[in-house]
Design a protein around this ligand. Structure first.
Ligand SMILES: Cc1ncc(COP(=O)(O)O)c(C=O)c1O
Length: 460
């Protein structure tokens, strides 16, 4: 466990251990969850409703009923447990606040006892800054990156490098580093000093790839070009989603993330993973960093930590970053924080969620089902209009040829038709992105891709 080690960066021991330190971070949380488990109510049902059961009833007139939400709307890891029972669990954890004298330093600190302890244990090796959402994490990690270089006497390192087609949330931090044109166009210059790597999606080279594409690692070399342009001494951090989600599941080419890591190492640049989507089991591991075996200097997370039941996010910071602040002139991590960071209700929801991930083997389920999910997704190769299927873990995208002069309408019509058949999907341009709840089963996977196929055969 990270907190048992006596010295050094826990992440430096990666070669010696079977799990990554990021998983250590999670294990710290999970073990604490286990310790407090008796306090929590047992027996929460973790099942998806069978087809025909009502999850959402958006139109009571014609009785449209959604049986499956294939995108876990907004990429949440969704346990989709019975809300009533989960609420009881959260209530129990929340009520515990009043029953212990260990808790509540103030609202701005992580407040529930388990989260509080986790936070403080982690402070010794990796540090965790509890926040409220993914977007807040997007801004916070930028601040930390600039602060880190400054306390080390390299305050001129201010440039941030994001990537085209990235989504990092709202706010100037997220949209500046993000690479989605519609989100950026309204806001002018945004933060100064931000560059973007090219995205890695290329239909000609990688259509219908299962898992990571063979082609495209060379695109990471663009980082060398950008860094050379500004001089490495001016570059603070590179921020990427390990798998780009919002613009339609763009899976990194083999070796690409490793290259980014080594270029960052070479030039003293921080590598930051935005794991708001990929964190907490989406690829069958706690974090994508573990899946890809690439260790970033910081990780932002949100959604999955509470299964989105209560807003919560955070930034995990490796020891060398944390130590730079603590041994710097001010000897303090950061002078300011959010009022609602580590809010007790969010902490309680986090505890309940992490306990369920652990007790129900949720990440293992995602891992075990990934090959079946891949097979089912690729069964749509050859379906009308489909120009690409791509996938990793429990993420997949089905891309359609756009209608001439009417981009996105084909995906929208597919969305509507699927909805009529009881399947909720998520579209991004002319792509349907699938990220089902991690508790999905084989029959539901069949239903998801079977319904999309049926819809495609019925639209023009
Ligand atoms: C990769 C990524 N980062 C950040 C965010 C923003 O998270 P939030 O909506 O919690 O601010 C999202 C939201 O979808 C996301 O997908």
């Amino acid at each position: 466990m990270a907190f048992q080690r006596q010295s050094g960066d826990p992440f430096d021991h990666l070669a010696d251990i079977n799990v990554t330190p990021l998983v250590d971070v999670m294990l710290v949380l999970l073990i604490i969850m286990m310790l407090i488990a008796p306090m929590l109510q047992q027996g929460v049902a973790v099942t998806l409703p069978e087809a025909g059961n009502t999850v959402a009833k958006p139109d009571t007139q014609n009785q449209t009923v959604v049986a499956i939400d294939s995108a876990n709307q907004l990429w949440v890891n969704g346990l989709q447990f019975s809300k009533g029972e989960f609420a009881e669990r959260v209530k129990a954890a929340y009520a515990d606040l009043g029953a212990t004298d260990k808790v509540l330093i103030d609202l701005g600190c992580s407040s529930h006892n388990a989260m509080w302890e986790a936070n403080h244990l982690l402070m010794f090796k990796a540090s965790l800054d509890w926040l409220t959402t993914g977007a807040v994490g997007g801004t916070r990690r930028g601040e930390i990156a600039l602060g880190y270089h400054r306390v080390r006497g390299e305050g001129q390192r201010t440039r941030l490098i994001g990537r085209e087609r990235a989504y990092h949330g709202v706010g100037f931090g997220g949209i500046s580093v993000g690479g989605m044109t519609p989100n950026r166009k309204t806001f002018g210059a945004m933060l100064p000093g931000v560059d973007h790597l090219p995205h890695t999606h290329n239909l000609e080279k990688m259509a219908f790839t299962r898992g990571q594409p063979e082609w495209g690692a060379h695109l990471a070399d663009e980082l060398e070009r950008i860094v050379a342009l500004h001089d490495p001494s001016n570059v603070a951090a590179v921020i990427v989603e390990p798998v780009q989600g919002s613009t339609g599941v763009i899976v990194p080419p083999k070796g690409y993330l490793q290259k980014l890591r080594s270029i960052c190492d070479k030039h003293g640049i921080l590598l930051i993973f935005d794991e708001v989507i990929t964190g907490f089991g989406r690829l069958g591991k706690a974090f994508a960093a573990e899946y890809f075996d690439v260790l970033p200097d910081m990780v932002t997370f949100a959604k999955g930590v509470t299964s989105a039941t209560v807003p919560m996010g955070g930034v995990i910071v490796r020891k060398h970053v944390y130590d730079a602040f603590m041994t710097g002139p001010d000897g303090i991590e950061l002078f300011h924080g959010y009022t609602y960071s580590g809010h007790p209700l969010a902490a309680a929801a986090g505890e309940a969620t992490l306990a369920l991930y652990h007790s129900e083997g949720i990440f293992e389920n995602a891992r075990a089902l990934s090959p079946y999910f891949e097979e089912a997704a690729h069964s749509l190769r050859g379906a009308p209009h489909v120009v690409d299927v791509r996938n990793l873990g429990l993420m997949a995208a089905i891309e359609f040829a756009p209608r001439p002069g009417k981009p996105t309408t084909r995906a929208y019509d597919t969305f509507v038709r699927c909805f009529e058949y009881g399947l909720l999907t998520r579209i991004s341009g002319d792509t349907i992105a699938c990220s089902p709840p991690l508790i999905v089963n084989k029959a539901q996977i069949d239903q998801i891709f079977g319904t999309i196929g049926k819809a495609l055969r019925e639209i023009d």
